[in-house]
Design a protein. Sequence first.
Length: 74
Amino acid sequence: MDATQLGQVVTLLLAGGYQEHAPDVVAAELDGGVVAEAACEECGHVGLAYRPFTLKSSYRAFAVCPVCGAADEF
């Protein structure tokens, strides 16, 4: 998804009660570490940003390219 689509998803998540944080320290460390070493599928940049969202027992996380803005949910 592109940056505009990600913005729309984030808006819906926040409106639905999600908070922008990982569910726990383990998830933040593991997922954040993997994303930091991942390459963007669109432009090839290595080192993506980790954007986690949590609502009770639901966890949604995105890898976002700081260069081109492409994002993937994982």
